[in-house]
Design a protein around this ligand. Structure first.
Ligand SMILES: C[S@@+](CC[C@H](N)C(=O)[O-])C[C@H]1O[C@@H](n2cnc3c(N)ncnc32)[C@H](O)[C@@H]1O
Length: 300
């Protein structure tokens, strides 16, 4: 769908990728209809996505400051588009210049915080299959950052949808007393022989025995995705899935202002959410729509 510079209605953009500069397009989107933004902008100074020299393309600015300012401007517009209880999951990597790290993810995070976003979490995306590197005077980087921002203190977050396996007590654990309480709130020592033992209050029950697992941690170990048609780093489906399941319910709208090959769209579609994509390069927008047309919603 080619961008027409006028106000658009929600129905016009649902399950579509709009081609053009995301900041320009964002200004035309309706207020208050997106539940969650899941995105990975081009990293500062890493690579060129468009073959044209493009002033609009993110990541090609002359300085980190301009890069940060552009992202803050875009997210200011997205704040209007986001519902009051909406969230942003922003994946960023860093850049080396003149022999040192620029600290780009945190420059962006602090600038967004200064512009009114609530910074709720710093998540480390650990990449167990990260490319080896030849450096010998510093550790090889095998992580990127994902920031969780909220528009307001009372935001939608489905912790149960993304719980992870317990490690303290498991079905196989040898630790005395633990296994019997797995998944059984009334079976905890709060009611048994240790009644009154405040050590095992509800918070700890949640951490150690909740039937769906423990609350999600801030280090996510997810291998890099493989999608050969895209000649750039794409989201691993599991990463987009974790953000979308925590950030939305069924039939909510997920927005990705840097849609690329369309991972966010595919996962949204699979889980019965709507998506809206913005993408500068028409070929990538086509790639997304083709992949979406081949995606079946899960039976949930
Ligand atoms: C890191 S890729 C996104 C990859 C995506 N998460 C995936 O799984 O395929 C960043 C994308 O942002 C697009 N982009 C760069 N500048 C843009 C702009 N001003 N407006 C919209 N898209 C832009 C690039 O063309 C590229 O497709």
């Amino acid at each position: 769908m080619t961008f027409q510079p006028s106000k658009v209605y929600v129905q016009d953009v649902l399950d579509k990728v709009i081609v053009g500069d995301s900041w320009t397009i964002a200004k035309t989107l309706p207020d208050d209809f997106v539940q969650c933004v899941v995105t990975s902008p081009p990293y500062f100074g890493h690579r060129e996505y468009s073959t044209k020299s493009s002033e609009e393309e993110f990541g090609r600015e002359n300085s980190p400051l301009t890069y940060v300012e552009k992202l803050v401007g875009l997210f200011e517009e997205l704040k209007r588009v986001l519902k009051v209880d909406g969230t942003v999951w922003l994946n960023l990597g860093d850049t080396y210049r003149d022999g040192q790290l620029l600290g780009i993810p945190w420059r962006v995070a602090l600038a967004l915080q200064d512009s009114g976003w609530l910074l709720r979490s710093e998540i480390i995306w650990h990449k167990p299959n990260a490319m080896p590197s030849s450096v010998k005077n510093r550790p090889t980087i095998d992580h990127e950052t994902i920031f969780l921002f909220a528009k307001s203190a009372n935001y939608y977050y489905d912790a149960d949808a993304i719980r992870e396996p317990h490690v303290t007590f498991t079905e196989d654990s040898k630790m005395k007393g633990g296994r019997n309480h797995l998944g059984k709130r009334d079976g905890t020592p709060e009611k048994g022989k240790n009644q009154g033992n405040s050590n095992l209050h509800n918070g700890r029950w949640d951490q150690a025995f909740h039937p769906l697992g423990r609350n999600k941690r801030t280090v996510w170990s997810i291998p890099l995705g493989k999608f050969r048609e895209a000649h750039f780093a794409v989201f691993p489906p599991q990463l987009a899935e974790t953000c979308i399941l925590a950030g939305t319910g069924k039939r909510d709208v997920v927005l990705d202002p840097f849609m690329g090959s369309g991972t966010t769209a595919i996962i949204a579609r699979e889980w019965g959410r709507y998506f809206v994509g913005l993408e500068l390069v028409p070929e990538y927008a086509e790639m997304t729509m083709k992949r979406v047309s081949e995606t079946q919603p899960r039976l949930i």
